[in-house]
Design a protein around this ligand. Structure first.
Ligand SMILES: Nc1ncnc2c1ncn2[C@@H]1O[C@H](COP(=O)(O)OP(=O)(O)OP(=O)(O)O)[C@@H](O)[C@H]1O
Ligand SMILES: [Mg+2]
Length: 475
């Protein structure tokens, strides 16, 4: 995914550079000619980016070229930002004329900026030459999305995230609930749900967690997303946070354990540890010892979801629940639901049903990602994508990555890609309020809305749609 990210980062930086390299700046600082050269080079580079994006996966030279370009694009953007800031500042204090003509400091400033522009122009020129040497193909500017900033159509007022549905796991849920509700002499029993990435372990664990019988059987329920950091004090802190629904600042392990004990005294609990990777017997034993000492009640359960056989064997006190693949019909349901949002299934897709299902390999994540991709590309392009770009999928984890990567590449603009990629900076399963995320995107400059011409309500509606588009991958 990193390779797809770099091109979107570059595209956004270059678009911003073009927007900032305006005539006003050219005139004000007498850089008209340099800025024209810069704009020309940037336009030439933009024309080869689509081809570079394709080629980078198998051509290391193109990868390195993109890295060099990224650095220059950032320099250019920063420089023009500085010039714009300076111009604005001067306008505000009403010194534009004297700034250009008299002050020594401004001569120094101008000289410094001129030498920076000249340096950037030289680098862009070199990068353009290299693009020719690599044989990168130039596409018409019109084939790019019209702008990197958020162009959100305002024709629909009620965009929403697709509702969550779980298919084909009723038997698994029933079986797991039976196990959790069975009589147990143990203080804490541990059952792993084992299966490859994207098979639906977390989804199943969620269904079990929210099951009504489970609700009435356990007096306390705790959900912790572990990921690859199995640090015991961190886990205890997260358990306490889940129990109290507030931030825990305490750092002393003993104090945290004490507080958890108070929460759980005399109460049967279910603890879900989602996405566990540890293979350390020592860490696990340490954690389990603490769990056992939390209360005197028997029949507590801990459900662990994991991809790793080794982890499952370390943690299990009960046979691991090995999750199976989804049936063809269930995969088809997920895919078409995502591709068509409940609408009629296009004939073209229907004809290719067998082949498409094979590519999903029983993985709900593959079905869901493929559905999202087909929805994004529309009916016409769907067939082409399935026949060409996704022709050799074999329904394994690698296939999922390929589908996800292609989906990312197909997001409608670099700005949308950046918003999406930005979310990857946060730890897995971070919960964040929508408005907070939108504010962060705005602060990063991904979401540029003309504030002067938009009323607040309209602005909210635009940003909401943008959010839906990024997180639901909608067109
Ligand atoms: N039974 C299902 N019905 C519908 N969608 C499902 C089902 N199972 C999983 N999905 C969807 O597939 C995607 C992957 O599921 P999930 O996160 O549960 O997989 P996982 O096995 O926990 O993966 P990982 O190992 O990466 O944690 C999610 O988008 C989820 O909504
Ligand atoms: Mg998971």
């Amino acid at each position: 995914m990193a390779d797809a990210l770099i091109t979107s980062t570059i595209k956004v930086a270059l678009e911003k550079t073009l927007a900032l390299a305006n005539e006003r700046i050219g005139k004000l600082f007498q850089f008209k000619k340099d800025l024209e050269t810069l704009r020309g080079s940037v336009a030439m580079i933009q024309a080869v980016l689509a081809d570079a994006e394709e080629k980078q996966t198998h051509d290391q030279a193109v990868q390195l070229w993109l890295q060099r370009l990224e650095a220059v694009a950032f320099d250019a953007e920063n420089l023009l930002d500085e010039l714009n800031y300076e111009a604005l500042h001067r306008q505000l204090v009403g010194k534009v004329r004297s700034f250009i003509l008299s002050s020594d400091i401004n001569i120094v400033f101008r000289w410094r900026m001129a030498s920076k522009i000249s340096d950037i122009n030289k680098k862009l020129n070199k990068i353009n030459k290299e693009a020719n040497d690599f044989g990168l193909i130039r596409f018409q500017r019109a084939t790019f999305p019209p702008s990197t900033t958020a162009k959100v159509t305002l024709n629909r007022e009620t965009d929403s995230i697709a509702g969550h549905y779980v298919v084909g796991r009723a038997k698994d849920e029933t079986r797991l609930v039976e196990i959790l509700l069975s009589l147990s002499e143990n203080a804490v029993s541990v059952i792993p749900i084992l299966g490859m990435g994207g098979l639906g372990k977390t989804t199943l664990a969620q269904s079990v967690y929210n099951n009504s019988q489970v609700d009435s059987h356990f007096e306390k329920k705790i959900w912790v997303c572990v990921s690859d950091n199995f640090e015991v004090t961190r886990l205890l802190k997260m358990i306490l946070e889940s129990l109290t629904r507030r931030n825990v600042e305490i750092t002393s392990r003993d104090v945290i354990v004490q507080e958890i004990r108070q929460q759980l005294v005399g109460k049967k609990y279910l603890l879900v540890l989602d996405d566990v990777w540890t293979e350390s017997q020592i860490l696990w034993d340490d954690f389990l010892r603490l769990l056992r000492g939390l209360n005197a009640t028997n029949g507590n359960w801990c459900v662990v979801t994991t991809r790793k056989q080794q982890t499952a064997s370390i943690v299990a006190t009960h046979d691991p629940y090995v999750l199976g693949k989804l049936s063809d019909d269930d995969c088809w349901f997920i895919l078409t639901e995502k591709a068509n949002a409940g609408g009629e299934i296009p004939e073209k897709l229907q004809v290719m049903k067998k082949e498409i299902i094979k590519k999903c390999g029983g993985l709900p994540l593959a079905a869901s990602a493929m559905g999202g991709l087909l929805r994004m590309k529309g009916k016409e392009e769907s067939e082409l994508i399935l026949m060409n770009k996704l022709s050799n999928l074999s329904g394994d984890e690698d296939s999922v990555m390929k589908i996800l990567k292609l989906s990312f590449n197909c997001l409608p603009s670099p700005a949308v890609k950046k918003c999406f990629a930005y979310c990857s900076m946060f730890p897995k399963d971070t919960e964040m309020k929508r408005d907070m995320l939108i504010e962060l995107w705005m602060a990063e400059g991904f979401l540029q809305v003309d504030l002067k011409n938009k009323t607040m309500r309209k602005l909210e509606s635009i940003t909401w749609k943008f959010y839906c588009r990024v997180l639901c991958w909608k067109k």
